[in-house]
Design a protein around this ligand. Structure first.
Ligand SMILES: [Zn+2]
Length: 282
């Protein structure tokens, strides 16, 4: 049995997550088209009728309306409730990991930013700068409050005689993460371009990794790139080879990187530590 003292905050976080998920849907719909996320209010994309407040309740409204607009009966994408549930689930997972701590705030903000990019890249092949630039600034600011994983930068600096600590080291970790993420990913993009002779990665992917780097620091950023490329390969290669309709499909690399970043934010620490322990044994 989960004690009530933990269950009630968990339910609160889940409900808050559903509401935020509803807002993320607006971002996912409108940011790739360069539209405002505040005005006009939500309306049916088919008939344009404004959505009544009681039809705008996360998940519940979708179920009550059986996935159809009340006015024109047009189908509502199941992506809406899916994003709402996913957002709530991620926040609850971060809450289970961190409880009421600054880390919980940091990783929740990170999850929300990354979730938007996963779906804008999947739907529209867009990674809006509005999100990545806000994320980059937020990641740098948060590094002053929540220490960024500085491995292996801290060790390298101390070997060079610079015994940085606290906010300075944390900020250096965030900047190093951004440079490693953006820089290495830029190099991976170049390599892909030379091998395939076509544009496989956009500048959006570089921006995504720049942003993620400020939250993750260098070591976890590398883990994210590795896992994202692995996920992408495992999914894309068999489908491209064996499914005709995927032969010329432009795979959303940002979506795979985003999934990897979320995975790393929830369990990357343990994964990386296990790998480091294993390599030291060999
Ligand atoms: Zn409608």
């Amino acid at each position: 049995m989960i004690p009530v003292t933990e269950l009630i905050p968990g339910i609160f976080v889940a409900l808050f997550g559903l509401t935020l998920g509803s807002f993320l849907n607006v971002c996912i719909q409108r940011l790739p088209a360069g539209e405002s996320i505040f005005l006009p209010g939500s309306h049916c994309p088919k008939c344009g009728h404004p959505i009544r407040w009681y039809d705008n309740i996360p998940v519940a409204s979708y179920l009550i309306l059986r996935g159809r607009c009340r006015d024109c009966q047009a189908q509502i994408s199941p992506l809406y409730p899916f994003v709402e549930i996913l957002t709530a689930a991620l926040l609850v997972a971060e809450f289970c990991d961190y409880g009421w701590t600054p880390e919980f705030i940091k990783w929740s903000v990170f999850s929300l930013l990354v979730l938007i990019l996963i779906f804008t890249d999947l739907r529209d092949r867009r990674i809006p700068h509005a999100v990545t630039l806000v994320g980059l600034a937020t990641g740098l600011l948060l590094s002053a409050w929540v220490p960024v994983d500085d491995r292996p930068l801290g060790t390298i600096l101390s070997m060079a005689g610079y015994y940085w600590s606290g906010t300075l080291l944390s900020a250096a970790g965030a900047i190093a993460g951004a440079l490693v993420g953006g820089g290495l990913f830029y190099a991976v993009g170049e390599l892909f371009y030379r091998l395939r002779h076509k544009e496989g990665l956009g500048f959006g992917d570089v921006m995504l990794m720049l942003m993620a780097g400020t939250f993750l620091g260098p070591a976890l950023t590398l883990t994210t790139i590795f896992l994202g490329s692995l996920f992408g390969t495992v999914v894309a290669v068999p489908l491209t080879l064996f499914r005709r309709r995927f032969r010329d499909y432009a795979w959303p690399y940002g979506t795979f990187l985003g999934i990897a970043a979320l995975f790393v934010s929830l369990g990357g620490e343990a994964l990386l530590n296990a790998y480091l322990a294993w390599t030291r044994l060999r």
